[in-house]
Design a protein around this ligand. Structure first.
Ligand code: SAM
Length: 402
């Protein structure tokens, strides 16, 4: 974590000049050494280093914050932990629908969620205990013209929330890192889940996507949310909603570029298993983690391919972002030799190997089978491997656009 004064150094005239210069030099593709040497001609070593670091963070932040990144202030951990605007926007949408006009963001970071609340017209008290981070938060709120709606409180949440009115809506996004390392136990986050759930206030808490169902308090809703990230679609959070907001036991939400799809209900019981049909559906990770695969089974009139494994099969495409649909081309008993022979009949620019619950290396299977394709052109071919009662079956399929 850089010293608290690092951002202050960059908001002086000389610092702003160095930051603008570093931004241009990064765009020109200069090396770190070239940039530092050139910045050192006009500013101190510390300011040059800070300017370069901030310009690099802003560049990295474009993937998350788009055009806003150019005006925002970041610290490495805080950028990493900041909510994605499209996911915050979904959360804010639920709050606005519930009539929330004021919220306390307790552990606001550099303001990913604070900004989304304020942009929806919600008054925010943004509490942040880390001095450098709260400074970045204050600068971000000002840079984005949201100062009228946000009060930044640079203190610890326990102190700031002492005696808070029980009607105040509280939002928590606890820090899931200590000393740069990830923390998986919600009780070890800062602040810990036990403290968050001790409030009688209406509470919303963004937790790790790996949150255990057993950690969800009775009467609260747990919503697993997935979205597109730099490394493909992933489940980015499990958001807990306390009773005034909770509308179901579990929810799975897929946030797309222009779409949001949700399913909600009780977690799955045992699901039926059946023969491979014309289509295979792979529920989104959010559906899987919310234990709502049964809803895909019911929506498709299908069955699982294998007990307790989230591949569903049925006889019509599922027009939804909540599951990927694959049209089955061929089903074989799994052996590399047999599948290799079958693949000679297909052209595809790539082979995607999918499997769950099998001790095989999908990368190695892909490397071995890819050269067998008749021709490397056209839509990728998908190989789904799954275990039936005594043997493993191989399904060759193509993805259906939904
Ligand atoms: C996961 S980040 C918040 C990210 C934020 N929601 C965003 O989208 O940018 C958690 C933040 O909580 C702060 N924090 C941790 N414990 C705190 C406490 N007890 N009081 C106030 N802030 C705290 C950390 O410094 C960190 O910046």
């Amino acid at each position: 974590m850089p010293a608290p004064h690092e951002l202050g150094r960059l908001t002086s005239d000389a610092g702003a000049f160095a930051l603008a210069a570093a931004t241009r030099m990064i765009e020109d593709g200069q090396s770190d050494l070239q940039m530092l040497q050139s910045l050192r001609r006009t500013v101190t070593q510390d300011t040059a280093t800070a300017a370069l670091r901030q310009a690099q963070l802003r560049r990295r932040a474009v993937a998350k914050f788009g055009d806003d990144a150019a005006q925002m202030w970041f610290l490495p951990d805080s950028l990493e932990q900041a909510s994605r605007p499209e996911v915050s926007a979904h959360r804010v949408g639920r709050l606005v629908d519930a009539g929330v006009r004021r919220i306390v963001d307790a552990g606001a970071g550099i303001g990913g969620d604070t900004i989304a609340f304020a942009r929806a017209g919600i008054d925010v008290t943004a509490i942040e205990s880390d001095p450098a981070v709260s400074e970045a938060l204050r600068l971000n709120v000002a840079a984005l013209g949201l100062g009228g709606l946000v009060e930044v409180v640079p203190t610890a949440a326990r102190e700031a929330l002492r005696g808070v009115d029980a009607r105040t809506v509280l939002f928590f996004d606890p820090a899931r890192r200590t000393d740069g390392r990830r923390v998986f136990d919600p009780q070890l986050c800062s602040p810990p889940l036990s403290w968050i759930t001790s409030f009688t206030n209406p509470v919303v808490a963004k937790m790790s996507p790996g949150l255990d169902h057993d950690a969800v308090p009775d009467g609260w809703e747990a919503e697993w949310v997935s979205t597109a990230t730099e490394s493909g679609r992933s489940v980015v959070e499990a958001c807990l909603w306390s009773p005034p907001f909770a509308a179901a036991e579990c929810r799975a939400t897929v946030v797309g570029r222009n779409t949001v799809e949700s399913i909600a209900g009780r977690p799955d019981d045992d699901l039926p298993v059946g023969e491979v049909s014309s289509y295979v559906y792979e529920p989104d990770g959010a559906v899987n983690q919310a234990h709502l695969v049964g809803q895909v089974v019911r929506a498709t009139g299908g069955t699982l391919l294998q007990p307790k494994i989230a591949y569903v099969t049925g006889d019509s495409p599922l027009p939804s972002t909540l599951a990927s649909t694959y049209q089955v081309l061929e089903v074989l008993n799994w052996s590399k030799r047999r599948v290799k022979a079958a693949m000679r009949n297909y052209s595809a620019r790539d082979l995607i190997v999918k499997m769950r619950g099998l001790r095989l290396d999908p990368g190695a299977v892909r490397r071995e089978l890819l050269p067998a394709l008749h021709d490397q052109a056209g839509e990728p071919i998908v190989l789904i491997l799954c275990r039936r009662t005594s043997d493993t079956i191989a399904i060759l399929a193509r993805r259906v656009a939904t």
